[in-house]
Each structure stands twice: as C-alpha cells, then as structure tokens.
Write a protein of this length. Structure first.
Length: 441
C-alpha cells in the first residue's frame, strides 16, 4: 500500500501535547479505576478512523468496546439522534411513538421464536433482568453459568460471571451460582485435545450439578463466545448440544449476546450459526452503536410471568435511544453489514493465522466474522501468558496508527474487533501495522 493511500498518520510521540494536558487534568478529577488503554485522547471518529485531540489519525480495532458496529458516527444514525433529541429526551414509562417503532423493528429481526422485547440501558441490566425472569418462571433460584464468563459488574451479573475481577473483594456473591468449565480449547482445564475430548466440558456439566445444586435449578446463561476472558470460541456444535442438555433438564435457556449480536460474528445473531433457540436473549452494545441502550428479548410465554410494574428502567425506551435502535437496524440491513463482517472476517482470520506462523509471540488466533482474539505468549511450547507484551503492544500499535485493546483471563489477548463497515483497504493497512508492531516488541 502506498503512503498516499494510508489512513493512519501519527505525527509525533504519544501522547501528544494536548493529550498529555488532558490526561493530567483527568487524573486529578476522576477516580483511576478503568482498564489500561492506548495513551490517546479521542476527539472525533468516522467509520473506522479515529482522530485524537492532537490531529493524529488511527485505524480502530476496538469499535469502542465492540459497540460501534455500524461505524463511528454513521451519518444516518447521527441524523436520527439529532432529530429525536430536538423533540423529547425522556418521559420514563409514558409511551412515546419512537419506542413503539423500535420495539416493532427489533422484534421483526429477532431469531425465532423470540417475539417480545423490553428496553433497558446497559448489558448488565439485561442480565439482571434475565436472572429475575428465570427465577420467576421456575420458582427456583439456582443459575448455571461458566468459567470465564463475563455478564456485567452488577450483583447478579457478577455472581453469574466466571472471572475474578468483577467480584473479587465483594463477597459473598449471590447464592445459587453454579459454574462449569467453558471449552477454552487452547488452555483446556482437563488437558484434553479438541480432536479427542468429545466435548468433555458438556459431560462435566452433570458432575457440576450433582456436586453443587440443592435441587433448585432455574436456568442457564451462556455467551456464544466468551469476550472478556479472551474471545474464546467453543467447538462447532457445542452450543446446540448445550441447548439439548438444558432442554433435557427443563431449565430456562438464556444466551448473552450483549457483545456477540448485531452482525459481529458474520450473522445478525450469533445463535443463528447453530440454529439455537433461547428463551431469553440479552442484547446491548451494537444495538445502539454508541448510545446507551440495551434490550432483553424473550419468548412471550417466558417474559409473560412478569406483571405490570415488575420491570422498569429510568432511561430504558427513551425516545432518543429508541430512534437509535431503529436507525441502527435500518443501517445494518440496508448496508448488509453482517455479510460484510463475514467476508472481511474470512480475510482477517487468514491473515492473522499467517502472522501467527511468523511471530514467536502469537500462541493462538481464534474468532469468527469481525471478532478475533490474538493470544500472546512468551513461549509457544509452554504457552506462558505474556500480559507485559500485550500492554507494550497496545502502545507500540497506537504509535504506528492502530488502536487495539486487551482482554483475557491472563490479560494477554489482543482484541481484534473493528467496526463492521471496514473495507479491504482499511483491513490491509491495519494488518500491516499490527504485524509491524509485533516485530517491534
């Protein structure tokens, strides 16, 4: 790619002078308890290109945090937000027309047999709602979830999660949380091999229930792929077999697609890959593509256990967020972004695996569509995690014009999740920057 066609342009050492000033002011005013990010102060963004306050431009592999699926500041989305905000900002539970339109639009694209939705504000809020519904529907209180799961930082969501960060030091957690191993094949807890294990994780579910259940099982919640723990994708067929297990126990089946939905994996909904039919579906992030909005989708007979006044949200279903929901779905369908994610994802996966072969630090590459995890290790033979290299790579890549983030149980997985509008030229440039940055570690 010639220099004339390149998008990324960093004019000097990061952070730039204006960014340094803002970082200093911020540290004096706001508690420093967020995660580590590139030392860049964002100013504005369009599509997959971010410009900082010093005028540097970057290609974005973060989508915020898998949020801006239709691209940063899509003109049609911005227009819908502007028009809605000029009329009405909030009316709590009093009905507004944008909410009706948004609900009709969302239910029209839901995977069957889901036929109802309810609007909330955050992904964590949808998980809290799902836990409540599972308990109300069954009259039981135990919820099965998985090692490495991340469902949010609120009380029930953190209890269902299988990562230490959201609950460490905050015990005791919510009673009734039963966790089982998720198929993290690169680091199998059973030391098994994918080609011979026969999905041992599923077989072990019965052991977990026998050892931990008091006989009050309500439901199960699972991510189609685990995001925060390192973009861990289960073997093909695992999710559909898990659904069969859930049905055999008569439990309520919840799928958390807060991160995995809205075209991210190459289909509108991740459950479509295996034809899974959950009772409840948690939706967030991409549904607003930048605005705080979420929803829980459900079979009518499941969410119907809630009566009037038994679920609400101060900001849920407000007219601006509702206009956003409608605009995002229209953009997704009109521009066929799920298909673009699938096509670009095939190229991305191929190139990342080629980089894996050439780099001494890339132990594993896994993903689908436009969501991949690149796991960094100190040694490919021992698989020792390399979180120190991960943080260094974040800074080196930013200096070269690419914004990346890290996830993972060990903090050693690079998040590769650009907006779904990325084209082949932008993908090529970002991959070239990524490999060059790896070589500078």
């Amino acid at each position: 790619m010639s220099d004339a066609k390149k998008v990324a342009c960093v004019k000097g050492p990061l952070p730039g002078p204006r960014s340094r000033e803002l970082f200093e002011r911020w540290r004096k005013a706001e508690a420093q308890c967020a995660g580590y990010q590139a030392q860049v102060v964002w100013d504005h963004a369009r599509g997959v290109v971010v410009t900082d306050v010093d005028g540097n431009t970057f290609l974005d592999w973060t989508s915020g945090v898998l949020v801006t699926n239709v691209g940063h500041c899509h003109p049609a989305l911005v227009q819908a937000i502007q028009q809605a905000s000029e009329k009405l900002l909030n009316n709590y539970e009093c009905l507004n027309e944008p909410r009706v339109i948004a609900a009709e639009k969302l239910t029209s694209v839901l995977p069957r047999p889901l036929d109802r939705c309810f609007f909330l504000s955050t992904g964590s809020e949808t998980v809290e709602a799902a836990v409540r519904i599972m308990k109300r529907k069954t009259g039981n209180y135990e919820v099965i979830s998985f090692y490495g799961g991340f469902h949010g930082r609120t009380y029930a969501a953190a209890a269902a999660g299988g990562m230490p960060g959201p609950k460490k030091g905050y015990g005791p957690t919510l009673p009734g949380a039963i966790r089982a191993p998720y198929p993290y094949c690169y680091r199998c807890p059973f030391k098994a091999k994918p080609e011979t294990c026969g999905m041992l994780c599923l077989e072990f579910l019965d052991d977990c229930v026998r050892a931990n259940s008091t006989g009050s099982l309500a439901g199960l919640i699972v991510e189609p792929y685990q995001g925060a723990s390192g973009f861990i994708f289960p073997p093909e067929g695992w999710l559909s077999r898990l659904e069969q297990w859930v049905r055999s126990k008569g439990l309520v089946f919840t799928v958390d697609e807060v991160q995995a939905s809205y075209g991210r994996t190459g289909k509108f909904w991740a459950v479509e890959w295996e034809g899974v039919q959950p009772d409840l579906l948690c939706i967030g992030k991409g549904i607003g593509s930048g605005l705080p909005v979420s929803a829980i989708a459900a079979r009518s007979e499941v969410i119907g256990v809630l009566g009037p006044g038994e679920m609400s949200s101060t900001m849920g279903g407000n007219p601006v967020a509702s206009a956003c929901v409608t605009a995002v779905i229209d953009i997704m369908l009109r521009e066929n972004l799920a298909e673009n994610a699938r096509r670009m994802g095939e190229l991305l996966g191929k190139r990342l695996r080629e980089i894996q072969e050439r780099s001494p630090y890339v132990g594993d590459v896994r993903g689908k569509g436009l969501v991949f995890g690149v796991e960094l290790v100190k040694d490919k033979a021992t698989k020792e995690p390399a979180p120190d290299l991960t943080r260094k790579l974040i800074d080196v890549a930013a200096q070269n014009g690419l914004l990346i983030g890290s996830v993972g149980v060990f903090g050693n997985v690079i998040r590769v999740a650009p907006p779904l509008v990325i084209n082949e030229a932008e993908l090529d440039e970002s991959l070239e920057i990524f490999e060059r940055s790896l070589g500078q570690l």
